[in-house]
Ligand binder design. Structure first.
Ligand SMILES: [Mn+2]
Length: 178
């Protein structure tokens, strides 16, 4: 099974179309979106082809594959245009791993939730990484549309063998084998 992790689309229709292309190219089975789907937020510039309604149309067309957590920019009205559920946090069981998914503004590598997991996945910081600390793996796919601090537009792909952080062209930035 292949799981695609993305985050922080922030209303970019352009990068949501790229997400659909990546999903097809990688032949992924599931897509986990780690929050901040539509609204650009007061701290960000407008994302490329900023159009939350069009983003929602593409995401709704992928709803059968989606697992979504709520970001700090996601509001009640965003849920009204979405044909999928926004969850505060998700504990998923994929590829024989327990994966705790959250946006990252509350729980992150510096504030770990009080539950058992193998992998913690979050976004929010717009910088992708894979880190292993003792028995825990922490992953962040970065931002699809608004990378920060010199990082690139990126995503994460996971299967039974391991985890890869990739740029949107599919070049591997970092990887970890289980
Ligand atoms: Mn955020």
């Amino acid at each position: 099974m292949k799981v695609l992790f993305v985050s922080d689309i922030h209303g970019s229709f352009y990068y949501t179309k790229i997400l659909r292309d990546i999903f097809r190219r990688e032949e992924a089975d599931k897509i986990v979106i780690l929050g901040d789907l539509y609204y650009h937020g007061p701290c960000n510039d407008l994302s490329l082809e900023y159009n939350p309604m069009k983003v929602s149309e593409v995401l709704n067309s992928l709803k059968q594959y989606l697992y979504v957590v709520r970001g700090n920019c996601d509001s009640e009205v965003d849920e009204q245009i979405s044909e999928f559920t926004f969850n505060d946090n998700l504990l998923l069981d994929f590829c024989n791993k327990k994966i705790y998914c959250t946006h990252g503004h509350k729980y992150n590598i510096d504030n770990i939730p009080n539950c058992e997991f193998d992998i913690m996945a979050y976004g929010h910081f717009h910088i992708g990484f894979i880190k292993k600390i003792n028995n825990h793996i922490f992953i962040n796919p970065g931002s699809l549309s608004l990378p920060k601090n010199g990082s690139v537009n990126s995503y994460i792909l996971m299967d039974e063998k391991g985890i890869e952080l990739k740029d949107i062209e599919g070049n591997i930035i970092d990887k970890l084998f289980f």
